[in-house]
Ligand binder design. Sequence first.
Ligand SMILES: [Zn+2]
Ligand SMILES: [Zn+2]
Length: 275
Amino acid sequence: MQITIIASGSGGNATLFASRGTRVLVDAGVGPRVLGQCLAAAGAGGAPGWVPDAIVVTHAHADHVGVAARYNKKHKIPVYASEATARAAELGDPERVRLFSPREPFAIGALTFSPRPLPHDAAQVALVVDDGARRAALATDLGEIPPGLLEHVAGCDVLMLESNYDDDMLDVGPYPQHLKRRIRSARGHLSNAQACALLAALPGGTHTVALMHLSENNNRPDLALDAARDALAGRRARLLAAPPRGPLVLDTAPPPGAARAPLSPPRQLDLFSAM
Ligand SMILES: [Zn+2]
Ligand SMILES: [Zn+2]
């Protein structure tokens, strides 16, 4: 399964999952033009007029759902969402809206999506995407790590996890107090330290970790990556930070040599920052 992160952060989110002829865009925070440009840059398609087979929307915030209705109405592709998201957001022609339960797996072509509710100030889900051979997990827009999330994502080849803000940067940053409170709340966003708590507890099997939805005001990729590298200490995992605009291409197949490589000490972890 190939994963192309098109955009990640409050300016828009979109991640394409492709395997065995099925291509599904999770979140529609960018339009077809940016999508095409990113895919062309990634060498992953993107011919003029190209659209994915379906859109899956994680929640009703504009940076995730923004362009979903246009894909539905103009390009006539189905949009999958939970009932709560469908109630809260404009998704286009109801005939092409497919509802999923936030706790029940559903299939789109070759891909199976397993959602799990996340605590956020809109009904939100984490998704594990399985193509029958490999699995990838995407969890962003969560105020805290809920019980069961670790088990839900454990063993996934690729983990894409929110690492939204650095505590100190948020403290001294330009946001008004009410917004700082909202971000920090249990229904806000995940800090670097909270992401690290999950990474430190992650069992084996994950060969790639991508930090997602980094705040451009309250975080820096080097801070998020340093903290995550420490949390993953002793584990061999490729670590990256998703930029606000991609493409960033990940593959669920282990990187060459990974299977035979011995555990490396932390300082020798493969570290690739996209920033
Ligand atoms: Zn978001
Ligand atoms: Zn959100």
